[in-house]
Design a protein around this ligand. Structure first.
Ligand code: CP
Ligand code: NVA
Length: 303
């Protein structure tokens, strides 16, 4: 069975820290040409738009000696109704790995069940684990210990990024709070999974949870695929935009992370964003290093 990375449930705590250590080595030696993926073809499928994921995976696969094959969802038969199952079975005959950005998480699971090569989740409606590998690398780069940190996510608690953050904190051992309106709470299954792992995520519609926060995090209010809900989400989240005032209670020296793209004036004010821009763009850069490190985990033991 190939090794997939669809959520943080696919790796152990020890593996998470191994990936982060390897990602730091990749960052320290960023132009190194590796041979980990030599003679390997990696399909990169995008059913939704992307800047960071698209470019960081394509560059990363090249730097590891592999060949990326970028496919937009519109140009393959998935769009015309070919099943995830058949698509996975066909692609597994041609390529050595598949990264896919898609809508339905259960369709992604179905895809992975039938793939004979590793499948990486490049974002689904429910999770965005590759983003969070880079986020954790950035937190460590800021000298904040994952095991002791308090991370507070503000905004759409039901977003794929928030869910992956919750599951990753459940693995690493820090604390996590989500400040969101009642209609944007995280998915109950994700809360329950974290609770089983020993992480009780505090979810609140009050700002008090900002107290003692080491890492403040936000994501867009309207995720890709939710365009039809845009006005509902904007009005539910109106009072949950981050700004210089409402982040004042966070711990001195805290960092602000944003997965990007940012909608300044919605989830984050332009001045707060600029105050933390250096960290946010390090975070974007770390997508490249963290994903290359992920390939080391998935491929190091493969023939
Ligand atoms: N953060 C992130 O995944 O960005 P893209 O949508 O540009 O890939
Ligand atoms: N929650 C956002 C993340 C973008 C990287 C979305 O799904 O659009």
């Amino acid at each position: 069975m190939p090794r997939h990375f669809l959520t943080f449930q696919d790796i152990s705590r020890e593996e998470l820290f191994k990936i982060l250590d390897e990602a730091d080595r990749m960052r320290a030696d960023r132009k190194r040409q590796d041979q980990l993926l030599a003679n390997k073809q990696i399909a990169l499928i995008f059913e939704k738009p992307s800047t960071r994921t698209r470019v960081s995976f394509e560059v990363g696969v090249n730097q590891l000696g592999g060949t990326p094959i970028v496919l937009s969802g519109n140009e393959i038969q998935l769009k015309r109704g070919e099943s995830p199952e058949d698509t996975a079975r066909v692609l597994s005959r041609y390529v050595d790995g598949i990264m896919i950005r898609t809508f339905s998480h259960s369709a992604l699971e179905e895809f992975a069940r039938h793939a004979r090569v590793p499948v990486i989740n490049g974002l689904s409606d429910l999770y965005h684990p590759c983003q969070v590998l880079a986020d954790f690398q950035t937190i460590r780069q800021a000298q904040i210990k994952l095991e002791n940190m308090k991370l507070t996510f503000v905004g759409d608690g039901s977003s794929n990024v928030c869910h992956s953050l919750m599951e990753a904190v459940a693995l690493s051992g820090g604390k996590m709070s989500v400040i969101c309106p009642p209609v944007c709470r995280p998915h109950p299954d994700v809360i329950e999974h974290c609770a089983k792992k020993g992480l009780k995520v505090t979810v609140s519609d009050k700002w008090d949870e900002m107290q003692d926060t080491d890492v403040v995090y936000t994501d867009v209010w309207v995720s890709m695929g939710q365009e039809g809900l845009a006005s509902q989400k904007r009005s539910a989240l109106e009072a949950y935009g981050l700004n210089l005032q409402n982040t004042e209670k966070a711990k001195p020296g805290h960092i602000l992370l944003h997965c990007l793209p940012a909608h300044k004036g919605e989830e984050v004010s332009a001045d707060l964003f600029e105050k933390h821009a250096h960290t946010i763009f390090d975070q974007a850069e770390n997508r490249l290093h963290a994903q290359k490190a992920l390939f080391s985990l998935l491929y190091a033991n493969l023939p």
